[in-house]
Design a protein around this ligand. Structure first.
Ligand code: UDX
Length: 437
């Protein structure tokens, strides 16, 4: 079976590589010629563990190719996955312009039956609008079905998530299209991956519901961590999180406190769910609260630095970790970057280091009062305080004595509770965690 994946971003590339690995003939198509050319040369423009190898393996096997020729990609494929960006403004309205532009190209190129699948996260009703838009643009009648098949890929573990999904959600009113989709995911199906077959609208809403629920868990544990801080060192958020997680009804995942959730999906999807709900006359107050809690959570970290140093003006602060989470160079809505911006606006000079997100963060944090360092030790040199803002594994392996010896001060604010508090104290740090002292 031939399929096309429109959009060679992280979702599109992982999907294309994954589908090729399942034995399909895949064209990864994108209007960005330069990106396509680089991919053709084996250069993957995204930092995503395992992706380069996945792309290389399937390109060499002749199952995966790259093309900027959208027309032939559509003509040669039975199934067309749409995996373009939908990032919107802060008002929570996703920007669907790329979806419509791909839809128009598909309509202009279709000659026989196609299954058109939205992988991108899109508001409820988008699949129906897509069907309408393509139908009205077709110059002669061509049969096609529309499917909503949302992705649940975590950045940094997207390849792993593709091959080991918790579930595959397929929304479509067409039995024929559902059959083709099941055929595609057959190999995963044999591994007993559960399918959830439903309407397009339910599938679309499920994606927002999943991300919003996880966001709720994070904001909940963050508020509890703040409460632990207020009560004092006799409480420990990690013990509470563990006890909660041992209750199978709650589950142990996404109960790690920190400076709040960031990245491409959670902030966008929670806001979009609230906006959609309001359009239907409903306030999803739990999700609104989760968003509100998240907006100020990073300031807790800034407060800890202020308290620990007795003020922020003219202080030098070392920030380790800039990406929104480990194993990615993505700094979109990164709380680490927010922390940097807040510290700087209060008069701090920053010395920052991240294993892979230095270039990406340089484009959002401009050069003013920021020194980009080659490693954590250089970043700590002469600093009054050290903030660990993203839980990269390499930070856990740092020699804390060496780190401390290079500093002017002794404050360690561990925004992700990633460091060993007892060892940090042994090394001479005054350690401030989140919800644990
Ligand atoms: C998320 C979803 O997990 C994925 O299924 C979806 O399709 C895309 O969005 P991603 O944005 O890559 O994936 O990151 P994720 O691992 O979910 O983390 C999101 C944010 O929450 C990060 O900022 C992370 O640091 C934060 N987080 C996560 C916490 O603060 N605490 C936790 O316990 C878990």
């Amino acid at each position: 079976m031939h399929v096309a994946v429109m959009g060679a971003g992280y979702v599109g590339l992982v999907t294309a590589g994954g589908l090729a690995d399942l034995g399909l003939m895949v064209t990864s198509a994108d209007i960005n010629q330069e990106r396509i050319q680089r991919l053709g040369e084996g250069k993957v423009p995204i930092f995503e563990p395992g992706l380069e190898e996945l792309v290389r393996r399937n390109t060499q096997a002749g199952r995966l190719s790259f093309s900027a020729d959208i027309q032939s990609a559509v003509r040669n494929s039975l199934v067309i996955f749409i995996a373009v960006g939908t990032n919107g403004g802060l008002n929570g309205e996703p920007d669907l312009s790329q979806i419509w532009s791909v839809a128009d190209s598909i309509a202009d190129s279709m000659e026989d039956y196609k299954v058109i699948v939205t992988k991108s996260t899109v508001p409820v009703g988008t699949a129906a609008q897509l069907r309408e838009r393509i139908s009205s643009r077709l110059e002669r009648p061509v049969e096609f079905d529309v499917v909503s098949n949302p992705e649940f890929l975590r950045e940094g573990s997207a390849v792993e998530d593709f091959f080991h999904p918790n579930r595959i959600v397929i929304g479509s009113p067409s039995g024929r299209a559902v059959g083709i989709m099941k055929d595609i995911y057959q190999r995963l199906y044999l591994n007993e991956t559960p399918f959830v077959i439903t309407t397009c609208e339910t599938a679309e809403l499920t994606k927002y519901a999943a991300n919003s629920f996880l966001a709720l868990k994070i904001s909940f544990i963050n508020e509890l961590a703040n409460l632990c801080d207020a009560i004092g060192p006799c409480t420990d958020i990690h013990v509470i999180g563990r006890a909660l997680g041992l209750d199978g009804r709650i589950g142990s995942k996404f109960l790690h406190p920190g400076p709040g959730f960031g990245g491409y999906c959670f902030p966008k999807d929670t806001r979009a769910l609230c906006t959609t709900a309001r359009k239907f006359g409903v306030n999803v107050r739990t999700v609104e609260a989760a968003v509100e809690v998240n907006e100020s959570q990073y300031l807790r970290v800034v407060e800890k630095v202020r308290q620990g140093l007795g003020g922020l003006a003219d202080k030098t602060v070392s920030v380790l970790g800039l990406s929104f989470k480990p194993n990615t160079d993505d700094v979109r809505e990164s709380r680490a970057v927010r922390i940097c911006e807040a510290l700087r606006s209060e008069g701090c000079t920053l010395q920052v280091y991240d294993p892979v997100a230095m270039a990406a963060s340089a484009s959002v944090l401009n050069g003013h009062a920021v020194k980009y360092c080659a490693n954590a030790y250089e970043a700590a040199e002469g600093a009054d305080a050290l903030v660990t803002a993203t839980e990269w594994n390499e930070f856990r392996a740092l020699n804390l004595e060496k780190l401390k010896a290079g500093m002017r001060g002794d404050l360690l604010v561990d925004a992700k509770n990633a460091m060993d508090a007892a060892k940090a104290k042994e090394a001479g740090f005054r350690y401030y965690g989140m919800g644990r002292r």
